[in-house]
Design a binder for this molecule. Structure first.
Ligand code: F6P
Length: 557
């Protein structure tokens, strides 16, 4: 494998720099002068309809971004990922989350192997077991130790072993089975376990301990708390078999699962070539499979695969994840954007931005390239967001009129999950249409703004005119789909996985390791003794930490 290309050494980078220096964004003018712009910049990827016409680019910038993609070898790196090359070099691993959604009968040219193993066969072997287990829980065939059917499934996991399942459980709420609820415990703050378990009946509760490594402090601590809670709530006679009937696990470390006392017959594996933040479509999705059923989960995998196919096979000039990733590079490295908002106009996607934060920021928040050399450009931007229209009444002010450039992705669905009508004085309004009107209005306001002349024409007092001007030229992408189905959710997640990949490939970084989370974990172990009262350990801390420990000890009740 040759080393990463320094993007800033390419001709395209120099060209983009020159274009940025003289860039005068003018979405109003561009729309007026170029009737073909919208059609040219609107793309279809699987079921997603993606309008990039309100992006801050002209044809010259777009051309230079595509040249940049060529010069850094984006397509080669993409192909290397799909092939199963060990592109996660700092952990010496293949990166094959795309294999998690390959159909069982995928042809030989699509079927990657790792160390000679047919990974697709392994994926489907585990999926079949996951589906079978979920079916047994859903039908009531799998019971708790007292013979009661399972009413609540509690997923214990954090990061990639939590955010994806929670996000999808919320997003696909209309597809859940009645009478079967999932809850999620992630935080080591004991409040999380205490409040999540409150009101549950141990006899009808099943725990899924989800941890790729099965070594994560938070997850193992919470798993022990839950085990104690379970045993505490059952009679002595039922305690013996309780863990076997009420605890299952998802992990790549089945030996550690056994050590914890979980029957490995009830453990579902995955592989080190699946990153935690890329794992919601592996067995880590078990809670979701129980909630929505194998058929719907398989539809979601089909959606992921459809977007994989688009990314893998579409030329870069029409390749939606590649284009969106390249636009993000333009905004980040040439127009000075430090953040990127993702604004779903779908309450069901309320955890999508949180999910994306791990996906994007754990992947691309890096300061060295994959060969260890320092990056010469800015890398990952801060992703954030909230569902519309709530965000409109909170932070949109800054996006519309603030001094910072905040590129934003707007996501909306034609058909609502819950079609409700609002009736006032006998006149009925489709509430989803009102919702969509907001989605459309916001991207329009951000792109085209409102001039001083337009403000004055409304009779506004001169002194207030400047405050009421909207500068416009705030870039947005509009993503629409017919409805938020399991397949469309899979497509959306895969879209952002590949956007993230594209940006990482341009910057030459390893988007699949996460060494930056390690130091804090190590120090927490070290400080734990000091918090527990070990004065020698406390003495080894820095002055600030010692002072904070002092405050803790003075105020502890
Ligand atoms: O600390 C970060 C991290 O390693 C994430 O990458 C991962 O998703 C999370 O912790 C949980 O890890 P595990 O699934 O091994 O418990």
């Amino acid at each position: 494998m040759t080393g990463p290309v320094d993007p800033s050494s390419t001709g395209a980078w120099a060209r983009l720099g020159a274009l940025a220096a003289e860039f005068e964004p003018d979405l109003r003018g561009w729309f007026e002068a170029d009737p073909g712009r919208v059609e040219r910049l609107t793309f279809t990827a699987a079921d997603l309809y993606v309008d990039l016409s309100k992006s801050l680019v002209d044809d010259r910038v777009l051309g230079a971004l595509l040249e940049l993609a060529d010069e850094v070898g984006l397509a080669d790196r993409r192909d290397a990922m799909f092939r199963g090359d060990r592109i996660n070099v700092t952990e010496d691993r293949a990166v094959l989350h795309t294999a998690l959604r390959l159909p069982a009968d995928a042809g030989p040219d699509e079927r990657p192997s790792v160390d000679g193993e047919d990974v697709v066969a392994e994926v489907h072997e585990v999926l079949d077991r996951v589906y079978d287990f979920a079916d047994r829980v859903r039908s009531g065939a799998w019971t708790g130790v007292t013979g009661e059917r399972i009413r609540t499934v509690v997923n214990i996991g954090i990061g990639g072993s939590d955010l994806g399942p929670v996000m999808a459980y919320e997003a696909l709420a209309p597809y859940r089975q009645d009478g079967l609820e999932c809850r999620f415990i992630s935080n080591i703050d004991p409040t999380d376990a205490a409040t999540t378990l409150a009101g549950l009946d141990p006899a009808s509760t099943l725990f899924i301990v989800s941890s790729k490594t099965f070594g994560t402090l938070e997850t193992l601590t919470n798993a022990r708390l839950c085990r104690a809670w379970l045993l505490d709530g059952l009679s002595d006679q039922d305690k013996t078999e309780a863990v076997a009937r009420h605890f299952v696990a998802v992990s790549t470390a089945l030996d550690k699962v056994a050590e914890f006392g979980i029957d490995t017959d009830n453990a579902f594996g995955f592989w080190d070539w699946v990153g935690g933040r890329y794992s919601m479509d592996s067995a880590i999705g078990l809670s979701l499979v129980v909630a929505i059923g194998p058929e719907r989960f398989a539809e979601m995998l089909g959606g992921f695969h459809a977007m994989d196919e688009h990314f893998r096979r579409t030329d870069l000039a029409h390749n939606v994840p590649a284009l969106m990733g390249l636009l993000n590079v333009w905004y980040t490295n040439f127009l000075g954007a430090g953040t990127h908002a993702v604004l779903p106009y779908a309450q069901l996607l309320h955890r999508f931005p949180a999910y994306l934060q791990q996906l994007t920021m754990e992947s691309n928040g890096k300061g060295v390239r994959w060969d260890g050399s320092p990056v010469s450009t800015d890398t990952g931007e801060v992703f954030w967001g909230e569902p519309g229209t709530n965000g409109q009444h909170a932070f949109y002010q800054l996006i519309h009129q603030g001094t910072r450039l905040v590129p934003a992705d707007f996501i909306a669905f034609v058909n609502p999950a819950y079609p409700l009508q609002d009736t006032v004085d006998g006149h009925s309004t489709d509430v989803h249409q009102l919702f969509l009107a907001n989605f459309l209005a916001q991207t329009r306001a951000l792109a085209f703004g409102k001039t001083a002349e337009e403000v004055r024409a409304e009779g506004t007092a001169e002194a207030v005119v400047p405050a009421r001007v909207f500068p416009g030229n705030r870039p947005t992408a509009s993503i629409m789909a017919p409805a938020l189905t399991p397949s469309v959710l899979g497509q959306l997640v895969a879209l952002y996985e590949h956007i993230t990949f594209t940006q990482g490939a341009v910057w030459g970084i390893d988007s699949f390791d996460q060494w930056g989370v390690e130091l804090g974990k190590q120090l927490a172990q070290q400080v734990a003794a000091a918090v527990a009262g070990d004065t020698a350990a406390a003495g080894e801390q820095d002055a600030s930490t010692q002072q904070l420990l002092g405050y803790y000890w003075r105020h502890r009740q």
